[in-house]
Write a protein of this length. Structure first.
Length: 449
């Protein structure tokens, strides 16, 4: 899009001011990317809404700027008139007034760009050299015998660290290695303090700490000599520099980073109350285990005591056991003798049966024949009597016998036996069976009884 594209092709068309401002705003925002702009703050106004309005100027020009509250909340310093700053802004136009202005995304104090660039350059260099590698990090001692603190003696950070150590582990000795933490010579001072601590070798862990501040205030901890001193330190180093959001090169090189100086003190020391609680829990556990083992041993003694028998009693028990075995042997032997005796008796009986008496067998045969004839005769007599009885019953049940006595059987024309006068009506035709023959008749009158 170029400037001509916002001008209508028809030269006679008249634009409204709103159309002109809108088209100009579109042109500016679509053709000019976000850019860093350097200048001096002038006429700064902070409204109740939280938005900042000011002008950015140099020796010959100025431009209106706005930094909205949802963006300026991330700026951790207070801008003032006359301050040199660098802003990342979008060039635009405020349509209602037609004011050319900058919508600022973020803002930093002038010169910070070079500092950030130097920070990133050194960070990349040291990272490639392996100073940030976890493999090179030293392990903190679980229970340090003495702690060294490298910081300025008149800072709030030192007081916070000492107060935390006093609260957590009052008996832990502390050695302070005073150093500058801000200024041009601070980096050399910090490096010397680390080297002195390593030479003395009187501490198990070092805390390198400082309170919060701007990037310029913390720049001593971004120097290469400080990073190399930390990396070559023979003593583990904990960095507790600035606030949780502050990061320095020292944080990346240190063996462990704490978000704050207080956090560094907590990492370096154990909480004596927590240790007391853990020791109490371990004591109680050890006491329970020891008591359990003693009780178990006492129980085992009782069991063994119960199993321990007086030699005389044991001989007596063995004698009783032998007597019992003797009785079982005698009983078994007698049982075997009885078994053999009955077996022999059985063989004798079978032998006697194998040599029978002929005379006795003939007598038995005659007796059996007589018994058979008698039984056979009685059986047939019984059958004859039963047959006669059944014939008499059958004769009584024969319908023909009933008919012979003068009775008859009446049927309907369909062959159904008529047992009740209600089964027929006047005028019906019926059949009557007699002892000899049958006839058909018409019903002229019916009586129910």
């Amino acid at each position: 899009m170029n400037l001509l594209s916002i001008i209508p092709g028809d030269s006679h068309k008249v634009l409204t001011v709103s159309e002109l401002n809108r088209n100009t705003k579109q042109f500016l925002e679509q053709n000019i990317p976000l850019m860093w702009i350097k200048g001096e703050i002038s006429n700064l106004k902070c409204y109740q809404s939280g938005h900042w309005y000011f002008s950015l100027k140099d020796a010959t020009a100025q431009v209106r700027c706005v930094l909205f509250s949802h963006k300026n909340q991330y700026i951790d310093w207070n801008p003032k008139d006359g301050m040199q700053v660098e802003v990342l802004a979008l060039v635009t136009l405020y349509e209602p007034r037609g004011d050319f202005q900058l919508n600022i995304e973020t803002m930093r104090r002038a010169g910070l760009g070079e500092l950030f660039e130097a920070f990133e350059k050194l960070k990349s260099k040291l990272e490639k050299a392996g100073l940030f590698s976890p493999a090179n990090k030293k392990t903190l001692p679980s229970f340090p015998q003495q702690i060294g603190i490298i910081t300025s003696t008149d800072t709030a950070a030192l007081r916070d660290v000492l107060a935390t150590l006093q609260r957590r582990m009052p008996s832990l000795p502390v050695i302070i290695y005073p150093t500058l933490v801000q200024g041009k010579t601070a980096a050399n001072s910090i490096t010397d303090a680390i080297k002195i601590a390593c030479q003395r070798a009187e501490c198990d862990v070092l805390i390198l700490c400082r309170g919060g501040g701007s990037i310029e205030d913390l720049w001593a901890f971004n120097e290469e000599i400080v990073a190399l001193a930390i990396a070559t330190s023979s003593i583990p180093v904990i960095s507790g520099i600035g606030h949780e959001t502050d990061f320095t090169i020292a944080d990346f090189v240190a063996d462990i980073r704490a978000p704050t100086p207080t956090g560094a003190a907590e990492l370096a020391s154990k909480d004596h109350q927590e240790l007391t609680h853990r020791l109490s829990a371990l004591y109680q556990r050890m006491y329970r285990i020891t008591l359990h083992r003693i009780e178990y041993a006492l129980q085992q003694v009782d069991i063994l005591t119960h199993r321990l028998i007086y030699p005389g009693d044991r001989i007596k028990q063995q004698y009783i056991h032998l007597q019992h075995l003797q009785d079982r042997l005698i009983q078994t032997w007698e049982h075997q003798i009885d078994k053999k005796y009955w077996k022999l008796l059985e063989f004798n009986q079978r032998l006697a049966a194998a040599s029978p008496s002929v005379v006795r067998l003939e007598e038995q045969q005659k007796e059996l024949v007589a018994r058979f004839r008698y039984t056979y005769s009685r059986y047939f007599e019984t059958l004859a009597v039963r047959q006669q009885h059944l014939q008499a019953q059958l004769s009584h049940l024969n319908p023909q016998s009933v008919l012979e006595r003068g009775y008859s059987i009446t049927y309907s024309m369909h062959g159904t036996a008529i047992r009740d006068s209600k089964q027929i009506h006047s005028g019906d035709r019926i059949q009557v069976k007699f002892a000899h023959g049958m006839c058909e008749a018409n019903v002229t009158k019916r009586k129910n009884s």
